[in-house]
Design a protein around this ligand. Structure first.
Ligand code: DON
Length: 601
């Protein structure tokens, strides 16, 4: 069986990728949290239960519980959610508390200045609902805003750092909408823990400290951001106690006034002034964009796999469609017999993934702006025909988008956008059996590097294709006013005989899709428990080159996969999978590559 070995900071440094820009993007997140945990006991303040959960993760065993479970990226955030559940709150209530604390203790990944997608299973009605809280392009956006005067794409960080990349945040309204639909706790109380931590201070984690140190130049470009992460000129260090009074004040206003206090008034004005005043790279966000922001309910996208339905977030995310395509193509292949050590299994998974990514690049974008053949892309007949392409013995020499059935036609060119590090995934099951899967982000590590009212602003607009056209043919994921950038986030709930059996998701840019598909295969086909499934070494193929996780036994497949014809890169693969399996008991798993835990009772 593939096993996980030592995690080394050096092992996670970026190695060459197909696309040059991706190198720079990954560097911001390519740090192993475990690198520094040995010297600083940053979790000294967490409860005994959280300590036990950290130990369980370290030992590779799932957390077991009867009533409820939370798996998320930081013990302090998980504890805030656990308190809500203990007091009788729902999974939606707990999410609000978890997100409020994550925005403080893991500010590089998600927060009020970002966006999120949420999948909800309602135990009473048996229904799945998906909510789109994705950031939105300002009304003043222009399809060529990430191009130079010659129409060539800007370099990634020239576009990211500053105001131009900032979309209208969606997370505050999504928190409120989830609470309005499914919450029963008192809204203001859900912010108590985060306000207290912001005022009294929290302990800076190794991961946060390493990421700050690794991004020092960009983080010091804007005074407010520099002042927070580099107080008196020196980077915050692991073990430091950090307060954020501005964040506490913002949370207080939202606790008292709801999301309206964020989207209008002083906070909205501060966001707009920060974006428009960003020196060297001003953006176009207006108070009207904020005031108009809406969370959108979208139809869940489900794909059949074995005896299960794998359900998640449809466009503007490509998550559920691409995960669903990969699994749908693999459905007719016996991965269980091949097993996780078999190069043949990874040939099938890798090429199914490449085929799915070819469709993703061609067709997937915000359906409010571009026709997308959503049903056609996961139709069993279509996937069966695509699966026939996998019947050979070697890596496919090339892959191209297929021709799914359209309800109406549109000719589109392949996209050129690339996405990368930060992001967080929250999985929660409450005592009533409601399940919540939410992936939340500010896009790049530390987003646009702009800070307003105590939180970082996203750079989500760089998830659009920088090119608007290719040879005169429009690209589906081009920027347009009011449009939402295509995402890879794949918050997922696997349904088995009408009830949830697995709640899962991950950060990781477009590799999210591979991480989530792999963990589902590991759990369903290879009978791994959730902790094994999230910890297992990664092998990811999106565009042809096979990425194998450095420092793990996945690297042992380098020679066999090369022999099958793949270009192979051994590199750090920094997922952050958080999963809950629902059976006779609840079992939680937290990714050993990040600082989170699964906690339950
Ligand atoms: O929406 C997306 O797909 C990206 N903005 C997510 C970025 C991400 O996962 C970075 N991960 N480490």
């Amino acid at each position: 069986m593939l096993r996980y070995s030592l995690f080394l900071a050096a092992a996670l440094s970026a190695t060459p990728l197909v696309v040059q820009e991706a190198l720079a993007r990954e560097a911001a997140d390519a740090v192993a949290p475990e690198a520094a945990t040995e010297s600083v006991d940053v979790f000294a303040g967490v409860s005994e239960a959280s300590r036990a959960a950290l130990e369980a993760k370290g030992a590779g065993t799932p957390t077991e519980a009867e009533d409820w479970m939370i798996a998320a990226a930081n013990p302090l955030a998980v504890e805030a959610g656990a308190r809500v559940l203990r007091e009788g709150g729902s999974a939606a209530d707990a999410m609000v508390a978890v997100q409020a604390v994550l925005g403080l203790v893991e500010p590089q990944s998600s927060g009020l200045g970002g966006g999120a997608f949420l999948v909800w299973y309602d135990a009473e009605s048996g229904e799945l609902t998906t909510l789109d809280g994705r950031e939105t392009a300002p009304l003043a956006a222009d399809p060529r805003q990430f191009q130079d005067e010659a129409g060539e794409p800007l370099s990634f960080f020239d576009a990211v750092v500053g105001g131009l990349s900032v979309g209208t945040p969606g997370t505050p309204k999504l928190m409120e909408e989830a609470h309005r639909r499914w919450g029963r706790a008192n809204w203001p109380g859900l912010f108590d823990e985060a306000i207290k931590l912001a005022e009294d201070g929290f302990t800076v984690s190794p991961r946060l400290a390493e990421l700050v140190a690794g991004d020092s130049e960009r983080l010091q470009r804007f005074p407010d951001t520099a002042g927070y992460f580099f107080p008196e000129g020196a980077a915050i260090a692991a073990g430091d106690r950090l307060t954020n009074p501005d964040y506490a004040e913002t949370l207080r206003l939202i606790a008292e006034g709801g999301s309206r206090a964020f989207y209008t008034g002083a906070i909205a004005e501060e966001i707009v002034a920060t974006v428009r005043g960003a020196e060297g790279n001003p953006g176009r966000l207006s108070t009207a964009d904020l005031a108009l922001y809406q969370v959108k309910e979208r139809p869940a996208v489900c794909a059949a796999y074995r005896a299960h339905e794998v359900c998640g977030m449809g466009p503007p995310s490509s998550g559920a469609l691409t995960v669903g395509q990969i699994l749908g193509m693999l459905d007719s292949y016996d991965l269980a017999t091949l097993g996780p050590d078999s190069a043949e299994a990874w040939r099938l998974i890798g090429d199914a993934s490449r085929l799915a990514f070819a469709d993703r690049g061609r067709y997937m974008a915000d359906t409010d702006f571009v026709p997308v053949p959503v049903a056609g892309l996961v139709a069993p007949d279509y996937l069966a025909s695509r699966a026939e392409l996998l019947a050979g013995d070697d890596a496919l020499p090339e892959v191209a988008p297929g021709a799914p059935e359209w309800d109406h036609a549109m000719r589109l060119a392949d996209d050129e956008s690339i996405e990368f590090p930060s992001t967080s995934h929250i999985s929660i099951v409450d005592a009533d059996g409601n399940a919540l899967s939410m992936t939340t982000t500010i896009e790049n590590g530390f987003g646009s590097r702009l800070m307003a009212a105590g939180f970082l602003l996203n750079n989500e607009l760089t998830d659009f294709s920088f090119r608007s056209h290719s040879d005169g043919v429009p690209i589906a994921n081009r920027i347009e006013p009011g449009k939402r950038p295509r995402s890879s986030m794949a918050p997922t709930i696997v349904m088995s005989e009408g009830t949830p059996s697995l709640v899962i998701g991950s950060p990781g840019g477009s590799r999210i899709i591979g991480y989530v598909a792999q963990a589902i295969i590991a759990h369903i086909d290879w009978a791994m428990d959730v902790q094994q499934a999230v910890a297992m070494p990664h092998l990811v193929n999106r565009f042809g080159a096979y990425d194998l996780e450095e420092g793990s036994s996945a690297a042992e497949l380098e020679a066999p996969l090369s022999e099958l014809g793949y270009e192979v890169n051994v590199r750090g693969l920094n997922s952050g999978l958080h999963a809950i399996a629902l059976g006779e008991t609840l079992q939680g798993g937290a990714d050993p590559r990040r600082e989170g835990i699964a906690l339950g009772e």
